[in-house]
Design a protein around this ligand. Sequence first.
Ligand code: NAD
Length: 474
Amino acid sequence: MELKFYNIVNDELRESSENHRGIDPRTEEELWPCPIASDKDFEDAVAAAQKAFKTWSKSTVAERQAALVKLGDVLKEHAEELASILMRESGKSKLMSDIDVQTSITHCIWYSQNPLEDNVQYEDDTTKIIATHEPLGVVGAICPWNFPLILSSVKIVSALITGNCVIVKPSPFTPYAVMKWVELSRGIFPPGVFQVLNGGADVGAKLCTHPGIAKITFTGTIATGKKVLAACAGTLKRVTLELAGNDACIVCPDADLDVAVPSVASGAFFNAGQVCVASKRIYVHESIYDEFLSRLVAEVEKSYTIQADGHAFSLFGPVSNKLQYGIVKRIIDDCKAKGYEIVTGGQTAQVTADGKGFWLPPTIVKNPPEECELVQEEQFGPVLPVLEWSDEDDVVARANLANAGLGASVYSRDLANAERIARRLEAGGIWINQSERPHHAAYFGGMKDSGFGGEMGKQGLLSYVYTKCLYFKK
Ligand code: NAD
């Protein structure tokens, strides 16, 4: 079915003389034309947002809450349409696409119910100090392709509930569902409050340098994050960077394998490993290594199969675009060339019957060298190293990388033991006896190269405001 997509500027539907087309990663079929924002679209959007900010920033919290509820209603009413678009642009199954839509609905509802409030910072007999919060201005939200709606919606609702205007720039690989959501939401906010511009690095870079943008919230790779931070310095923008992770998962000798095996499989192969907090390096105690590995392989071969039919109940899928497919394919081929032991998967050619689609099978590599690329760098795809450990200090040292610190997980029946290890791990979130899944109410941000600041939860909202203190003399 042919669908139309538009840049949304000041509530107008804007076509463009320049269009690109996404690719369905399951089939490699070309998708619908998608208009690329022109310089005029860009300048008009920033001007409309700045104009709208004058009144929107003065709206009451109750007005913003009501608007967020309506934003969630749009997702609810168009859930099937949006999920079917997500399936085509990202390669997700129906189940995974539904998760993308439903989690975005949760964002709208939760943030509508949990706005920032003034708070008393200090009080004695003579003085009272109250902190209040003011929006920053126009927020540029630059988004990745792995969860197009979830990772945009958290930025959108955080910006809007705090009284900012927002211009969303989706990934050029997956622009469609986000653009449709903004289009369907016209009329909920005053024109200029909620806009979308489609484009690639150039549109992102313009958001970073334009003096009319007050803040950039960015999710993506470390390399691009560094460029974003440097580009924002000239105009002293507020910047939040949510970047790559290389999460270690530590399986202790007393782990309940009935829990740990399916959970680790899901942590590593959910969405074919294309999750910022996927379990990307598994460290298993030597006393249970062989049993764990054989059970993990069985679980993965049973539950993470290639199903070209996207309507299947599948948590697995193709790599979402050709660029990333090339990266992951090269890593698997490199493991094979170096003679590492591949215990399941490993095919990189003719994976499907017709050879179409960016499919790679879930691949597990047994005990590759600690210093190899697969262990030291984020793979962001369905290939997983499973390593062995014997000494706690040693495994903690191996888990704590210098170049990443997003998430981690620990499996142990002894919760005190798991917590003790978790507190030694250098990452923004540690999940105990469960795989890494961010929660809308909890602050989320990476240590070291995995991020700069963070978002989500009430603490995350603070990155979308100025905090202003009122000092009362009693
Ligand atoms: P990417 O860095 O290639 O692109 C992200 C966005 O930045 C895209 O919209 C892109 O068009 C834009 N962009 C590219 N160059 C730019 C520039 N010079 N200036 C401004 N914008 C620019 O990342 P990706 O491949 O889309 O995303 C995958 C990565 O994102 C993985 O590394 C993953 O771990 C990470 N990720 C992190 C989180 C998190 O919350 N920490 C969540 C999801 C994904």
